[in-house]
Structure formats: C-alpha cells, structure tokens
Ligand binder design. Structure first.
Ligand code: SAH
Length: 698
C-alpha cells in the first residue's frame, strides 16, 4: 500500500504528491489539517448539499441514472450528501490513505456502503471500464479541491483530467462555476510586506538614511500566495482605488484547461492614489443559475452578519511589481496571469488615444512567466519579516538602545538572520573606524543580498564585515584578534517556528563566549516568556469535535484527530499569528520564565510552576505564550501582546509575529465570582533541546 502526502514545494510554489513509506507518521497531517475546520464550515456544507440535491434532481428529471464522481472525498461527506439526495452510485476518490480509510468507516457507519465506493487513489490514476475502478463515466462531478487562491491545490489539472477520462460530456458539476474577484487598493501596511522602506537614523553627526536598493524597485517578489484573514484588516489600513471587478471564472461542467494563461480587465480608479495591492477572493456557484452561492467576500463587500468564519478559505493579497500612481477615472488594465497552481497580477496604463489594435498589441506583451525575485530580498525576508523590519516603532526601540550601549571604539557582533541591526549600529557609531561584524548562519541568500545589493546601494561594503561561520567556529582571525565589546541580536532566526526558538541567540552567545570582552554588553540583555489565558472568538473551532455534520455522523474523524493530537501534538503549543484570530484575555498577562543573556545557557533545565486567576467571564480555550526582549534598561520589545483594553479584555497582538497557542484539552467556563477560578501551570525549558514543555490544570 502506498501513502501519498501533499507537500508544497517552496522553490516552485506548487503542490507535489510524494510517496511515503508505510511507517510514515501522518499524525501531524491529520492533527494540523483543515478537515475539522471544513466540517465546521456550515455555510459551505449547507450550500454543497443544496447544490448536490439540485444536480441529482436535474439528472433524474432527464430520466438518467445519477452516477457521481467525488474527487477528494475526505470524510466522504459530499458523497453521502449525494447518496442521500438519491444518487444511484458514487465513486469517492481520496489520495490520502488515512483519510480514505476514515471515509470507508464513516460511509459504513452511516449506512451507505452499498452506494459509495471509496477508492484510495489520486484521481489521475483512476481507471474506467468493466474491470476498472469505475464501471462507467460519471454524470455528476462533485469536488472540493479549492484553496484560498482557488487553484493552489491543483484543482485545474484534476478537472482537466476528469473531463477527459472520468466524466461524461455535458455532466453536471457541483460547484458549477467559480469566479475570482479583485479590488485595487493602496495600503502602506500591506505594501510594507513587500518593499523595504527607507530607514531613518538620527545620529550624532546628522541624519543617516538606509535606502532600499534599486533592484528592489521593480522586483516581482515570490510567487507564493499571501493568504490572510482579510476581515481582521481594519478599513483604516487600506484605501480602495477601484470597485470590485470580476477577474475570471471557470465553468467546471465543461472541459477545463490548466495550461498557463492570462486574463485582462479594464479598470477605472474611483479615486486617485498609489496602486500597490490587488485584494482577491472567489465565490462558487453550486448550480448553473447562481442561486446557491458561497462567497469569500470580505466585510466591506458583504454585510458582516452574513460572514461565516473559516480558516481553510481566506482572502489573497497580491503585490504589484511596483507602485503605480493612478488618477481617478483614468483607463487601466489589470492582468492576471496564472499557471497550473498560482496567480499573479500586473497593472498597465492605457496609452493616450488607444484603439483596438493597440489593445491587441498590449495583449501580446503579456508574458505568462511566474514571478521570480531578482533582488534576493524576497528570498531572505518573508512577508511578516518585511513588515517587522519596516516597523518604525520597533526600529526606534533598537536605535534608542544601541545609542545607549555603543561607544566610539565598540567592536560589535550581530547574531540574527537578515538583520538591519549592524547598519543601525554603524550609523550610530563613532567617527572613528568601527569594526562592525555581521554574522550569519551560512545563509547564502543573505550574503549575496547584503554584500552585493543592500550594502552596495548604501556604500557600506567596507564598513560592515560579514562572517560566514557558525558561532562555534568563530575564530579570533574573523575578528582581527579583537574582543567583542557589544553583542547584539534582535533576536530573529528564519528557522524559528515558536517564539522561544529565537532563544538560539542565547546558545550562539554561549558559543562565542571566548571572544567576548570581560566588559561586554549583550543586547538584548535578557528575554522573558509571558503567558495569558484566553477565550478565542473563532480559533477554538479548529480543535473542537464536529460530531454530526449536516445529519451525517463524522465522529470517526473527530476520533482520528484526537488520536493524532494525542500521538504527539497535544502537549505542544502551536504557532498562530493572533492579529488574525481575535481573542479576549481571561487572565492578566503573566511573566513565567526569564532568560539572562549576560550569562551562558545553564546546564540545568529552567522550570516554573504557578497559578493564574481567571478574572473575566468566558471560556478558557487555551493559553497564549510569547517572548519579550529587554534590550537595555527600560527598553523592551514584545513579540506578543502589545496592548490590552481592560474593560472587555480585547487584545492587540504584534502583527509581525506568530504567538504560541496551547489549546486546553477541555474548556472551562468561568463566571465572575468573589472567588475566581484558577488555572495551575508547570512550564519547563529544556536547555538541552531548546524546547519548552507545558502542562495546565484547570
Ligand atoms: N470532500 C471533502 C474533503 C475536501 S478536502 C469535504 O468537502 O469535506 C480535499 C481532499 O481532496 C483532501 O483529502 C485531499 O487529500 C484530496 N485530494 C486532492 N486532490 C485529489 C486528487 N486529484 N485525487 C484524489 N484526492 C485528492
């Protein structure tokens, strides 16, 4: 038996199906999968059911037998809907073996084994004929193969193949069609995820400005989709420059072509401004009439009362290759290019007195080539990291602290990935020559970007030295036999998944101890781990069992997720960018552990135990944990909680970082009483592994 697992290939942005051995642990796939989230998506489920019922009726009205092909059946849900709606037979295809096994069990439990055949194959491997997987071609095609970008999970090639080999001509399709919508916007906040803004540094000898290199101006960036919960983006953070426009649609009941192509629409800005971003989302019509519509439209397009929370489908942010000033009423063309798995956008201005022929010529200009980062910054910094580096408040905290600790003769070593701290330190430094050393953990892209692009553009090549060595391999010769007087780090490392993984700085600091001057200043001097108990508005759903979904018993799936969580995940925190997932604090934030960077990492573990009082009425879904860095006396930066509004307990989170969320296995409801409920915790930082284990008792 083969197990196939889908993996995004970061070099191409496309999905690959890899064959894994029998012993492959798929628990993480299940535990962190979106199956639970899909089953909780009431709006989606109801509309699929309506669409499926309508399609079965149409086929029956024609006097035909209803033969259904359900590609990517997951739990078998859509096939069970079809069987209940009167379909004569369903072929339920599922490539992921643990899910195919679950589907067999769920179908049996619900009494549909005689109507639904689960086939554990990729749809392109399915055979049709008397000895094949399917007796005959199907006349109803049901799928749910969409991601936030619609096509990122390979829906197009799957449909293309299915129309050629697995379904009849003129088949019914649920959904019948998908439509992609776009809106042109200006947004400094979102643009800061793509471009480096100039960094202003007030130094003793005047203002210094780090300018973004020219290579970055026209760089298209990387093709990977930027999908976010756009409903959490306040309207004050962007300005819409156009109406919502239909970009393209796909009719799933007809042969589908997956080959690269482009679509072009004409736009007239409703307002003058800087065109930077294309916001995009899609909807699906479950039936040909368009009466059964499931949409991802954000709050300003759709009344908030109709919004269904979901995490498996969000909205997309596309970055134009460059910022384009546009005038109200001017004629523009927006082009969407796509390959099999991804979409990207460009904007063209119509030329003065343009006629049809010119327009055709324009079309010929379109190159359907996937964006490739030319400046290398987009390979080095991901979007949240761009946002973080462009955060002026944050930069200011570092500048203030560096100013306190740097001296004219400082020898400074920076340990962080892709950091601008060495540049800040240099600008704030002495008139005398300084030895500023930038240190990377063998990140080749960093090296090329910093030395050949950023430093060149700012005449810093001979001012800052890059050392390509791991901390334990640092030699006196790297430092020209000098001792380090100031050791700095943000700290930030690209490999960090959870907030405390940036404690790698502490390990690196320990490894370079022999090179530190006796009077060395370490910045940050310390870090602390903070914790708070919260009630999530919606995020709790991804962990809550579904039980019955549209009348079908899917408890087998709940059990499977629970098993997978118990297998490894349940005692672990997971990273989530909480600015996208609102929650309410039920306790005060609490500092639970501190890490002293002025000393080396101790041999023994760091443990703590204690209790937190629940101060507000609500459901305790879990604990949120984050790090704060104490840069210098009275100057700290938080990677988690930024602000707490006290009456309601609404939290504002650092928008550039992911926080750690530890979901409690059972939720407790607290009432405000004279004697508030407490949650006890035990937290252990294992200095050998760098991991933090935790346990909570309610
Ligand atoms: N139909 C279910 C699950 C949808 S999730 C529901 O609506 O609730 C999509 C599923 O399709 C995943 O389980 C994935 O493994 C599977 N899948 C994606 N492409 C496939 C293909 N071409 N052939 C078979 N399975 C596929």
């Amino acid at each position: 038996m083969k197990i196939f697992c889908g993996r995004a290939n970061p070099t191409t942005g496309s999905m690959e199906w890899l064959e894994e051995g029998e012993d492959y642990d798929y628990h993480q796939e299940i535990a962190r999968s979106r199956y639970a989230d899909m089953l909780h998506d009431k709006d989606r489920n109801v509309k699929y059911y309506q669409g499926i019922r309508a399609a079965v009726s149409r086929v029956k009205e024609r006097g035909e037998k209803a033969i259904v092909l359900d590609i990517g059946t997951g739990t078998g849900l859509l096939s069970m809907m079809a069987a209940s709606a009167g379909a004569d037979f369903c072929y339920a295809i599922e490539v992921f073996k643990p899910m195919a096994n679950a589907a067999v069990k769920i179908v049996e439990k619900n009494g549909f084994s005689d109507k639904i055949k689960v086939i554990n194959k990729h749809s392109t491997e399915v055979t049709v004929g008397p000895d094949g997987d399917m007796q005959c071609r199907a006349n109803i095609l049901v799928t749910e193969l969409f991601d936030t970008e619609l096509i990122g999970e390979g829906a197009l090639p799957t449909y293309e193949h299915a129309h050629k080999y697995l379904v009849q001509e003129g088949c019914e399709a649920v959904p019948h069609r998908a439509t992609v919508y776009v809106q042109l916007v200006e947004s400094r906040r979102m643009w800061s995820w793509k471009k480096l803004f100039p960094v202003h540094v007030e130094a003793e000898d005047g203002e210094k400005i780090l300018v973004p290199p020219s290579e970055m101006e026209n760089c298209p960036g990387v093709p990977s989709v930027c999908d976010i919960q756009l409903n959490q983006m306040p309207s004050s953070d962007f300005s819409t420059l156009s109406d919502v426009v239909t970009m393209f649609s796909v009719d799933f009941s007809k042969p589908v072509q997956s080959a690269s192509t482009y679509y072009r629409v004409q736009l007239e800005p409703v307002k003058s401004g800087k065109a930077q971003i294309v916001l995009s989302w899609w909807d699906i019509d479950m039936d040909p009439s368009g009466m059964i519509n499931c949409t991802m439209a954000p709050y300003w397009v759709k009344p908030t009362s109709a919004l269904q929370w979901r995490d498996h489908w969000m909205q997309c942010v596309y970055f134009l290759p460059r910022e384009e000033p546009v005038l109200q009423g001017e004629k523009l063309y927006l082009t969407a290019c796509r390959d099999e798995y991804s979409v990207w956008y460009s904007l063209q201005k119509a030329r003065e007195g343009e006629n049809k022929a010119d327009e055709e010529e324009h079309k010929a200009d379109v190159r359907v080539e996937s964006p490739v980062c030319r400046c290398r910054a987009h390979l080095l910094w991901n979007r949240p990291r761009f946002g973080e580096l462009n955060d002026q408040n944050r930069t200011h905290q570092y500048i203030k602290s560096l100013r306190k600790v740097l001296k004219t003769d400082s020898v400074c070593l920076c340990i962080s990935d892709g950091s601008l701290l060495p540049v800040l330190a240099h600008y704030l430094g002495a008139k005398q020559v300084q030895y500023l050393v930038l240190f990377f953990r063998a990140l080749h892209f960093s090296l090329v970007f910093f030395s050949h692009v950023l430093f060149k553009a700012n005449n810093l090549e001979d001012k800052i030295k890059i050392i390509e060595a791991r901390p334990e391999l640092l030699k006196p010769s790297h430092l020209e036999d000098k001792k380090i007087s100031v050791l700095v780090g943000e700290p930030f490392f690209t490999t960090s998944l959870l907030p405390w993984h940036n404690l790698y700085f502490w390990y690196a600091r320990t490894a370079v101890s022999a090179h530190l001057a006796s009077s060395v200043t370490v910045l940050p001097q310390a870090a602390s781990l903070h914790m708070m108990i919260v009630e999530f508005q919606d995020l709790w759903r991804i962990r809550s069992p579904c039980g019955i979904c549209e009348g079908f018993d899917v408890q087998t799936m709940d059990d499977m997720i629970k098993d997978s969580l118990n297998f490894r995940e349940s005692k672990e925190a997971e990273p989530h960018p909480l600015w996208e997932y609102p929650c309410k604090s039920l306790s005060d934030p609490q500092e639970v552990l501190t890490f002293d960077f002025t000393k080396t990492v101790p041999e023994h573990c760091l443990s703590t135990e204690g209790s937190v009082k629940l101060l507000r009425k609500g459901k305790s879904h879990g604990a949120v944990l984050w790090m704060e860095y104490h840069l210098a006396a009275d100057i700290s930066v938080s990677t988690g909680l930024m602000q707490l509004s006290n009456e309601k307990g609404n939290c504002e989170w650092n928008p550039h970082c992911k926080q750690a969320v530890y979901f409690f296995s059972s939720v407790i409801e607290s009432e405000i009483q004279s004697d508030p409920t407490t949650v006890t915790y035990a937290i252990n930082f294992d200095t050998k592994t760098g991991e933090i284990a935790m346990d909570f008792k309610l």
